[in-house]
Structure formats: structure tokens, C-alpha cells
Design a protein around this ligand. Structure first.
Ligand SMILES: C[S@@+](CC[C@H](N)C(=O)[O-])C[C@H]1O[C@@H](n2cnc3c(N)ncnc32)[C@H](O)[C@@H]1O
Length: 469
């Protein structure tokens, strides 16, 4: 899961699809997520013309699913079949949300229409039932919402729209921040770009956006956040590699690893950099851009276990005119390195380990993640992260740097992971790095602002230095 891809934004088309059609498809996406599939995979299966609208509806519903399920339990104590329940919960999530493009009555009418026109008899036969539930919601909305807020069995999940275990764990681990984090998770992310400094300074790009009539603000050293999201093909300079889509917190990785890295450690050979979990290549590209902008003599190997995702690294680098050695291999297995033609004695001056994680820091971008995860995933992923840390550490040269990061808010994948590593690796020490960065809503108070970035995803960063050199 990457933090660097923004959802498509509906473009103004000549003839928008009917709302009932979009609701039908969005309910299928919701049903797929409940069956354990990722929303992006389910959205890929939707007809291209419907996709942007369906994504917007499905994502909004996933951000309000806790409340919708509590409402459904009041309106229909006997849970209907999955396809009907998905349409009902979708409509309830959308109708009970303040900021919607459609008023609640239109939504209800169109949801009933979606049921009537459904290809499955079990759904079309339930149009009357759906109509009765949704009209009752419209009539008794204030009382029903008050009921779920007052019931201790439903209040927490209905208020925060995350699974109970997630809310309780976060409340315990981040007592000062958990509410702000959950609020940020329930807002769509802003669209942040990374300006390629090799093609000009951030100020010039901001000025060009202004000329193009696009409002934007500076967000970190290389970041620019657009006031209104745009599809990538309409972003000035995107096709030419002048900018890439990348969250402001994700943009901290490359400078953290490269700043202060002692220049060419072995005279006569380039600095060797490993991006160990690289796909789809957002941070690889940033590393290469900085290397070019700073005129460093360096070579980058980008590894990823997933060969299909490695192709996305190649595509991204191609758009940007950058080059790395892209290798499909398990970063934690010496045999896989050997099979890929990388020698046992290959060592690096700098290693980025952007480890596989729960992606709990990017749920505003992928609102299905909260409903797909199980609490046991945290410990399973923490074990994988520990395995990768242990396998890659010997590949770091004395005096070298390893940046460990995850887009997770859970301490087992961040602070606790690194403290356990330090306890067993006495030649490792910590250099300054942000630690846990909580997901931050651009509209939040400045209290949570860190490192001069705003509106960013949740991340964890630890910079490890190896003794010697
Ligand atoms: C958080 S994503 C990386 C995002 C990427 N660094 C970027 O900025 O675009 C984690 C990646 O780790 C890869 N991965 C998981 N286990 C791995 C392993 N054992 N070896 C190498 N890559 C692995 C996944 O395929 C996934 O692409």
C-alpha cells in the first residue's frame, strides 16, 4: 500500500451517469470490502465512466460506515442479505453525513431506484423494505442519531467510524492525539505534489500554478498542496516530470536519508543506496531527484518482492527520466538476492526500509483499510518488519545510515519496533528524526503541526546510524 497515490477526481463530463447507477456500483464496492477485498480492486472492476463518482460515494460511505451500521441495527434489527445491507448502509452513511453533493431526499429516492433496477431479484424485491427504512430515517433522523450517541454499545464506533479495537488501541497509545487522528482519518486528503528540484525551484512552480489559476500553498521543503484536487493529467508539468504526487510526510524520507550522509565514503566509488521496499517507487524517485539536484555521485538499487509492483517503479522512473537498478526480490532473503544477481558481499552507505505495514496512517486515502484490518495484523506485520530490519542491517557499511519508516500510527510498527532493535544491536544509534507523525488535517488547529508540513499522512521515521566508518 502506498501513501503516494491520490484518488481520481470526477471530471466534468458532458453527461454524468445517473446517481442510482453510481449507488448500485458503490454498494457493490462496499459489499466487496465487507467480504475482505480492497476497495481499489473493487473500483477497478467498475465501468470506467462510473468509476470517479463511484469511488467518491464508496469512500464517503466507508468514512461513515460505523454510524451507518448502528443506524441500520436500529431500523432493521434483522440484518438483510449482504447486497441489500450494503445498499442500505451506503445510503444511511451518505444521508447522515453533512457534506454531500446530494440532499438526503434525493439520495433516498435514488437508493430505492437502485434497488428496483437491480439485476438480482433478492435486491429488487427489497426496494419496499429499503424505502421504509430510509424514509423512517429521514423522519426520525435527530432521535435516531441521539439514540446511537447515547448507547454505550454503539456510541464510540458510530462517532469515530473505526473498529472499536482500533479506537481503543489508539486512545491508549496516543492519549493526547487520538481524537484529532481519527478526525483527520475521516476527512479526504489534500492533493500534495513534490516539486522536482532538478527542474527548478518550488517558488517558480508555485508562480506557474498561480498563472494557471490554480490556488496552492507551500507544504514542506519540496511540497505544494493544491486547494482543489485535480486528475494528474491536468496538473501542470506532471507529464514532463516536473512534479509527482506525494504526501508531505512521505516527502521527508529522501532528505532524512541523504542529508548529512558523508560524501562518497570510499574514494573512487559512488555512494551506494538501497531502497529495500521500493514499489511503486515514490521514494526511489525522490532519492534520485535529490541525488541529481545535489550533484551527488550515487547509484540506487530499488528492491521489491512484488514483480508486478516493480513494473510501476519502472513506469514512474521513466516518466521522470530517472534511472535505478530495479530488482524483484525478497529484501530479507539472502538466497533471493543471490538469485537476482546481487552478491552476498554487497554493502550500502544508505538504506531506506519503507517497510510493509498496516497502512493505518493513510486511512483517509484508503478508507477501506480500517475495516479490512484485524488487530492481529499489527503483530504479524511487526514480525515481518523485524525480520527485514535484522536481515538488512548487516548490509549497511560501518558509518552508514538506515532510515526505517512505516505509514502506521501504531507503536508496535514504529517506536517499539526500533527500541527492540536498538536493544539487540549495540553498534546502532539514533540520529534526529521525527518519530511518530500523526495524520494531520489541513483544517486542524496548528497544535499538531510538525516540521512545517500540514495536511499530511501518519508516518513513523527513525534514522539509524552504524558505528565505525
Ligand atoms: C509501504 S510500501 C513501499 C512504498 C514505496 N517505498 C514508495 O514510496 O512508493 C511497502 C512495499 O514493500 C514491499 N515488500 C513487502 N515485503 C517485502 C520484502 N520482504 N522484500 C521487499 N519488498 C517487500 C511491498 O510489495 C510494498 O511494495
Amino acid at each position: 500500500m502506498t501513501a503516494d497515490v491520490s484518488p481520481p477526481v470526477p471530471s466534468a463530463s458532458a453527461r454524468a451517469p445517473e446517481l442510482w447507477q453510481q449507488l448500485q456500483a458503490a454498494a457493490q464496492v462496499l459489499a466487496a470490502v465487507r467480504a475482505g477485498r480492497s476497495a481499489s480492486d473493487a473500483i477497478e472492476a467498475v465501468a470506467a465512466g462510473l468509476r470517479p463518482g463511484v469511488q467518491a460515494l464508496a469512500y464517503a460511505a466507508l468514512r461513515g460506515l460505523g454510524r451507518a451500521e448502528a443506524l441500520r441495527a436500529l431500523l432493521a434489527p434483522r440484518k438483510p442479505v449482504p447486497a441489500v445491507d450494503a445498499l442500505l448502509c451506503l445510503a444511511l452513511a451518505l444521508a447522515s453525513t453533512q457534506a454531500q453533493d446530494y440532499d438526503a431526499h434525493t439520495l433516498v429516492n435514488q437508493a430505492v431506484e437502485a434497488a428496483k433496477r437491480h439485476g438480482s431479484r433478492s435486491v429488487s424485491n427489497s426496494a419496499g423494505f429499503l424505502n421504509a427504512c430510509l424514509r423512517r430515517f429521514l423522519r426520525e433522523r435527530v432521535d435516531l442519531l441521539a439514540d446511537i450517541d447515547e448507547d454505550p454499545a454503539t456510541a464510540l464506533v458510530a462517532r469515530w467510524n473505526h473498529p472499536r479495537w482500533w479506537i481503543e488501541r489508539l486512545r491508549q497509545e496516543a492519549p493526547a492525539h487520538w481524537q484529532a487522528v481519527l478526525d483527520a482519518n475521516n476527512n479526504p486528503p489534500p492533493l500534495t505534489l513534490r516539486v522536482n528540484l532538478a527542474q527548478g525551484p518550488v517558488e517558480t512552480y508555485l508562480a506557474d500554478l498561480q498563472v494557471a489559476g490554480l490556488a496552492a500553498w507551500r507544504n514542506g521543503a519540496q511540497g505544494v498542496t493544491l486547494e482543489q484536487p485535480l486528475p494528474v493529467h491536468r496538473i501542470p508539468g506532471f507529464a514532463q516530470g516536473r512534479v509527482s504526487v506525494q504526501d508531505a510526510a512521505a516527502q521527508l524520507a529522501a532528505p532524512l536519508l541523504l542529508d548529512d550522509l558523508p560524501a562518497a565514503r570510499t574514494p573512487g566509488r559512488p555512494i551506494r543506496v538501497l531502497d529495500a521496499c521500493a514499489a511503486p517507487g515514490g521514494k526511489t524517485a525522490h532519492l534520485l531527484e535529490l541525488i541529481a539536484a545535489r550533484g551527488l555521485d550515487a547509484e540506487v538499487i530499488a528492491l521489491d518482492v512484488d514483480a508486478e509492483r516493480c513494473r510501476r517503479i519502472d513506469e514512474n522512473l521513466q516518466r521522470l527520466g530517472l534511472r535505478a537498478q530495479v530488482v524483484a526480490a525478497d529484501a530479507g532473503q539472502a538466497a533471493a538476492w543471490r538469485a537476482a544477481g546481487l552478491g552476498d558481499d554487497l554493502r550500502f552507505d544508505a538504506i531506506l526500509l519503507d517497510a510493509p505495514c498496516t497502512a493505518s496512517g493513510i486511512v483517509r486515502r484508503h478508507p477501506d483499510v480500517r475495516w479490512l484490518r484485524r488487530e492481529s495484523d499489527i503483530a504479524n506485520l511487526a514480525r515481518q518488519q523485524a525480520r527485514l530490519l535484522a536481515a538488512l542491517w548487516p548490509r549497511l557499511l560501518p558509518g552508514g545510515r538506515m532510515l526505517y519508516c512505516t505509514c502506521s500510527v501504531f507503536k508496535a510498527e514504529g517506536e517499539e519496533q526500533v527500541l527492540a532493535f536498538l536493544a539487540h544491536n549495540k553498534e546502532a544509534s539514533l540520529r534526529p528524526a521525527p518519530g511518530h507523525l500523526w495524520p494531520h488535517s489541513a483544517i486542524q488547529s496548528e497544535a499538531l503541526t510538525d516540521n512545517a508540513i500540514r495536511g499530511h499522512d501518519g508516518f513513523y521515521y527513525a534514522l539509524l546510524s552504524k558505528e565505525g566508518g
